[in-house]
Design a protein around this ligand. Structure first.
Ligand SMILES: CC(C)(COP(=O)(O)OP(=O)(O)OC[C@H]1O[C@@H](n2cnc3c(N)ncnc32)[C@H](O)[C@@H]1OP(=O)(O)O)[C@@H](O)C(=O)NCCC(=O)NCCS
Length: 219
């Protein structure tokens, strides 16, 4: 088999493998198609061209493909910022897409009664969001998280941790001492416990649905 034929076969096999891997990460068919078109295919096409022009070897192509597949499997580029009134529509869209499960009544009337933090990908799509309040009526110095959610396909990339950290940092700046939340019961409760524990929050002995963290101690 010629080097060109073998590298094309490598690329075809790798394209199929990457497509299946991305679909397995919970991406929709449209998202897989976009990622394959914008990020995966250009790299593979360039690799084949380099083999065909003798600029590189088939082994090198395999190495490049491997490096790229590791990158695409583990990278999720996002940034966190506080939401403004201009974000109401995007947040509603995130609720529609089941990224988060916020109370939408205020959002529908164009209001943000509580602070919301957003995680946005490089295309500006909301991949995660957190809603909470720094100044709850109890006046106990606690900042409360009401809800946090991350799109299924974007989980396990640090988005939830980054959202909680952004909220906690803002709460600390606002003079709060603790961050607290009620762990939602039902399916996935154990995952939520692990996640909040990993973020430095813990439950008191007499109430395992409460998770609390001392803001000054959180990284
Ligand atoms: C809980 C949730 C917000 C976590 O978001 P996330 O972006 O996936 O979390 P992170 O990537 O920051 O995870 C940080 C750590 O938490 C733990 N963790 C998170 N999800 C986990 C899972 N499914 N299984 C085991 N551990 C998990 C891991 O230790 C992880 O670190 P690692 O990936 O390096 O091992 C997300 O799973 C989610 O949106 N769930 C549905 C909504 C929900 O339950 N909201 C909470 C309401 S109280």
């Amino acid at each position: 088999m010629s080097t060109e034929k073998s590298s094309r076969d490598d690329v075809a096999a790798e394209t199929a493998r990457l497509g299946a891997m991305l679909a397995g990460k919970g991406l929709t068919p449209d998202q897989v198609a976009t990622l394959m078109r914008d990020e995966v295919q250009p790299v593979l096409t360039d690799a084949v061209r380099r083999v065909e022009t003798g600029a590189t070897s088939s082994a090198m192509v395999r190495a490049r493909i491997e490096a790229m597949s590791i990158t695409s499997a583990h990278s999720m580029r996002f940034h966190i910022r506080r939401a403004s009134l201009d974000d109401c529509v995007s947040i509603l869209e995130a609720c529609e897409a089941d990224v988060v499960d916020f109370e939408t009544r205020d959002l529908l009337s164009g209001a943000l009664p509580f602070p919301i933090f957003l995680a946005l990908d490089t295309r500006g799509t909301v991949v995660g969001a957190l809603e909470g309040d720094f100044f709850c009526k109890s006046g106990d110095g606690w900042a409360w998280v009401f809800n946090i959610g991350v799109a299924e396909y974007a989980r396990r990339h640090g988005v939830g941790t980054a959202l909680l950290r952004a909220f906690s940092e803002a709460a600390l700046r606002a003079g709060r001492t603790h961050v607290a939340l009620r762990i939602q019961d039902g399916d996935g409760m154990e995952v939520r416990r692990v996640f909040f524990r990993r973020c430095g929050l813990s439950s008191p002995d007499d109430d395992d649905t409460l998770a609390i963290g001392v803001l000054a101690d959180l990284e």
